[in-house]
Ligand binder design. Structure first.
Ligand code: ZN
Ligand code: ZN
Length: 520
């Protein structure tokens, strides 16, 4: 090209294109020049300018391919040997120096400029559009921009490339876990377009590394090409747990999930979340395991669990609650002076004397020190069943009082006994039944049959209500004045002749207490 320009110049031709023949090809391409190289008169036009990165190796500057004055692109028809057609001499311009970092990448590290262009166009245009076309741009300004952007991704390999990938990935709506192929559509094809085999492999590897790295993050990516180390199945295998348990905990914790078209759930669980999950799962123990920890028969564990002495977790029991329960009981134990026949192990005592249904009450009795516990060793051995000692005599005594209490509350009273207990006539009891204050035990539908009451119901009534008559008598008020006195003092009369036709007045005990408090 320089030769033709020189010939035209030497022959005084004002239009070098007059020299163009069929043999002179490529005359319509954009011409690139180094203004510094052309500074000296008689300088050469280098053929190397037209290919490769638009950089002058000698001056380490970007070439120019358009006149900064008239803005016309340089071509065979606009260029003269020493100046643009507009008359502006090339010497008047100066090339933009190439950043030393880009220089190093291109000429020291010898990274293929096409690779930099590939990454640069990705950085500029993202995954949309046809970057392949754009990357093949011939304009110096655009090429320079692509190379600069590409160098930024290549300079801190692979960190810069990963950052680029994070920037361009297409955000997913809805599901937090996406397929790598939808976050980076047609990316494999795009990678295949890289000519430099070495760099193609590097980029492929780093892309997979990037996808793998996302597994520790909220917005994880799935790819068939990488073997996920963090899915439910593998985690289950690693910790010897069932996949179902892992999936259950994952869904309880609302971990990011991708539901496949087939409806299967795919989890990608980050290592720190895995750790937490396993800890939680480790905290969930089976009845059998709890039985081993406490040294108690599984039926005792079930009883304690249903009484909420132990806490349920998932389908098992929370280990922490088992430990807490154990510590509470162990804390009550004092070392035994000498092991005599009077002491037996807790498990023996339970087996011999304590029915399954009384398990919780038995441990309550230990907690309230109604039943004493001792331990043989200090600190007490690891299980309750064998480590703790109990006096069977104490257990028998406890069971006896318990039975007495139970019998008492189960006791049936007939209407005369109820009347006696309440200090009223039987008729009053009947009217209390009619008013719904007392409920007799269901007997046959025969109205003539004697009515019986549970002792505990009578106790409950006495706890809540009292007769106004006795209250007035205590206060020295005449029975006839009692109702008006009661209202004056502020008692709540719940039943009585003027209230509901009941034969006697009754007031609520809570009101009495309140009134007494006010009076004092
Ligand atoms: Zn130069
Ligand atoms: Zn010009």
């Amino acid at each position: 090209m320089g030769f033709l320009l020189r010939v035209a110049h030497a022959n005084g031709l004002c239009e070098p294109k007059w020299l163009a023949t069929n043999a002179t090809k490529g005359l319509h391409q954009r011409l690139r020049i180094c203004p510094h190289c052309l500074f000296e008169p008689g300088a050469y036009w280098f053929a190397a300018w037209q290919s490769g990165p638009p950089i002058c190796n000698q001056h380490q500057c970007w070439l120019i391919d358009a006149c900064p004055d008239c803005l016309k692109p340089f071509s065979f028809s606009t260029c003269r040997l020493h100046s643009c057609r507009c008359g502006q001499p090339y010497q008047a311009h100066c090339g933009v120096p190439v950043d030393p970092q880009i220089w190093k990448i291109l000429y020291v590290d010898r990274v293929d400029p096409d690779v930099l262009m590939w990454m640069g166009s990705l950085a500029k245009h993202g995954l949309q559009g046809k970057p392949g076309k754009r990357a093949s741009s011939k304009q110096v300004q655009e090429i320079a921009e692509f190379i600069e952007l590409g160098s930024a991704a290549a300079v801190e390999w692979p960190k810069g490339f990963h950052a680029l990938l994070s920037r361009i990935r297409i955000p997913q709506t809805g599901a937090k876990i996406a397929l790598a192929s939808s976050a980076f559509p047609a990316f494999a094809k795009r990678i295949r377009s890289i000519r430099d085999a070495d760099w193609r492999a590097r980029i492929e590897i780093e892309f997979l590394a990037y996808v793998r790295n996302t597994q520790g993050q909220e917005s994880a990516l799935l790819s068939r090409q990488i073997r996920s180390t963090s899915n439910a199945k593998l985690i289950a295998g690693r910790h010897g747990l069932s996949v179902e348990r892992i999936k259950r905990v994952a869904s309880q914790n609302a971990l990011p999930v991708r539901v496949t078209e087939g409806g299967r759930k795919r989890y990608v669980i980050a290592p720190e979340i895995e750790e937490r999950m396993i800890k939680e799962l480790g905290d969930e123990v089976s009845t059998k395991q709890a039985s081993a920890v406490l040294g108690l028969h599984p039926t005792r564990i079930t009883a304690l669990l249903s009484a909420q002495e132990l806490t349920a977790l998932g389908r098992g029991i929370r280990l922490a609650s088992i430990r807490l329960f154990k510590d509470q009981i162990l804390a009550l134990a004092t070392p035994v002076d000498s092991r005599s026949d009077r002491w037996a192990s807790l498990s023996k005592v339970l087996k011999a004397y304590v029915p399954r249904t009384s398990t919780t009450e038995f441990f309550q009795a230990i907690k309230t020190r109604q039943i004493e516990v001792k331990c043989t060793t200090h600190p007490p051995s690891q299980t309750l069943g064998e480590g703790l000692l109990i006096q069977p005599d104490q257990v028998l005594a406890w069971l006896a009082t318990r039975r007495a209490v139970q019998r008492c509350s189960d006791l049936k009273l007939d209407i005369t006994h109820v009347a006696k207990a309440l200090g009223v006539k039987p008729d009053v009891v009947r009217s209390l039944v009619l008013k719904g204050f007392l409920t007799p035990i269901e007997t046959r539908a025969n109205a003539r049959a004697p009515q019986y009451f549970h002792r505990r119901d009578i106790d409950r009534f006495q706890e809540a209500f009292t007769s106004l008559k006795s209250l007035a008598a205590e206060a020295g008020i005449a029975p006839k004045q009692a109702p008006s006195w009661a209202r004056h003092v502020g008692y709540e009369i719940v039943s009585g002749p003027t209230i509901d036709g009941c034969r006697q007045y009754f007031v609520r005990k809570a009101e009495i207490r309140k009134t007494e408090r006010l009076a004092s």
